[in-house]
Ligand binder design. Structure first.
Ligand code: GDD
Length: 328
């Protein structure tokens, strides 16, 4: 029986990954924070299925800094694969809460590696890294060999975690890998991230529930992909013969204006009539020219990003329209 442990199972990626692994016949264990009130939202359909919840899917309470509980769970569950997705993932927020961001994202990864180091049967391990490690890169697109140059506390924490995974792989023979993910979105994206903020606003404006959308830096450019496709890459990374790092991206960058155009345009709205800016959403420093080169993942893992950003924008707006129409 293949058993997976997912830290951060209640997040966007965790929920898609849980579905993928269950469909592949895995027994899936997830770590959730006791204080998290969004625990169930993205997993509700799995909880509601008596053939899945507590049969093939199990949740355990453990904060990512609770090393003793995590060690106990790992010894008891004996997973064959560990997907480490948990952490404070909002780049803007990391400027306000740098210490806890580093505590969870940087030290949380190191603590997990230390626990794994002592296990008699060490599972394969994947850490979700981020394009934020590149910060302001001198070259575009970025690949696995692009130097790290983070410009946010979050980026610094991810750079630490990414390099630590490499150190444990090279020094202790871990099967440990980094998925260096560029932005990836979906209808399950948290509402404070820009794509979901846009899709919700476009839907509400279309339905006459809202008039304006207030954003920060409109010059931002990102390589936006579709989250369910990215978790397929996570799985493939751990099935490969050898451990390695992989950039997971679409290879195409878009401006925020282009994303707005696609989202608002999909419901026949002109975004310029509704969008305003407020410095409170600007960050003290921004990553620039982020665009990934996924060649290594495409060639080695036989993985493909399929959904393009304009299509992604439209599907997110469509989902939010339907959800608001049915639930308000
Ligand atoms: N969140 C947000 N809110 N971002 C805004 C806004 C706004 O009102 N207005 C403009 N932006 C700009 C940000 O300044 C940034 O340049 C871009 O939109 C994207 O912001 P986010 O959606 O918050 O994502 P991110 O790029 O900072 O980080 C995400 O992607 C990383 C790379 O994959 C997060 O998911 C990270 O956890 C992830 O590592």
């Amino acid at each position: 029986m293949r058993k997976a442990l997912i830290t951060g199972i209640s997040g966007q990626d965790g929920s898609y990954l849980a579905e993928l692994l269950l469909a592949k016949g895995y027994e899936v264990h997830g770590l959730v924070r006791r204080s998290s009130n969004t625990v169930r939202a993205r997993l509700d359909h799995l909880f509601g299925d008596p053939t899945i919840y507590n049969q093939k899917l199990f949740l355990h309470y453990a904060d990512i800094d609770d090393t003793t509980t995590i060690r106990r769970l790992l010894i008891r569950i004996q997973p064959t694969e560990v997907y480490h997705l948990a952490g404070q993932s909002h780049v803007g927020a990391s400027f306000e809460i740098p210490e806890s961001t580093c505590e969870f994202t940087a030290m949380g990864t190191l603590r997990l590696l230390e626990v794994l180091r002592d296990l008699p049967e060490r599972p394969r391990m994947m850490q979700i890294s981020s394009s934020e490690i590149f910060g302001r890169p001198s070259d575009a697109p970025q690949d696995e060999s692009t130097p790290m140059n983070p410009v946010s506390p979050y980026g610094v924490a991810k750079a630490f975690a990414t390099q630590m995974v490499r150190v444990y792989r090279d020094s202790f023979g871990f099967f440990a890998c980094n998925a260096i993910c560029f932005n990836h979105e979906s209808p399950r994206r948290g509402e404070s991230f820009v794509t979901r903020k846009i899709s919700l606003a476009a839907a509400r404006i279309k339905l006459g529930l809202q008039k304006t959308l207030t954003l920060g830096n409109l010059d931002a450019q990102r390589d936006w992909g579709y989250a369910p496709e990215y978790v397929e890459a996570f799985w493939k990374i751990l099935q490969h013969d050898t451990p390695d790092d992989y950039v997971i991206a679409t290879g195409k960058s878009h401006t925020l204006g282009e994303f707005l155009e696609a989202a608002f345009g999909s419901v026949d709205l002109e975004w310029r009539d509704h969008v305003q800016t407020d410095p409170k959403y600007m960050r003290p420093a921004e990553s620039h020219r982020l665009v990934g080169n996924p060649k290594h993942a495409i060639e080695t893992l036989d993985w493909q990003p399929r959904t393009k950003a304009p299509e992604l924008a439209a599907l997110m707006v469509e989902h939010d329209l339907q959800a608001i129409r049915s639930h308000g």
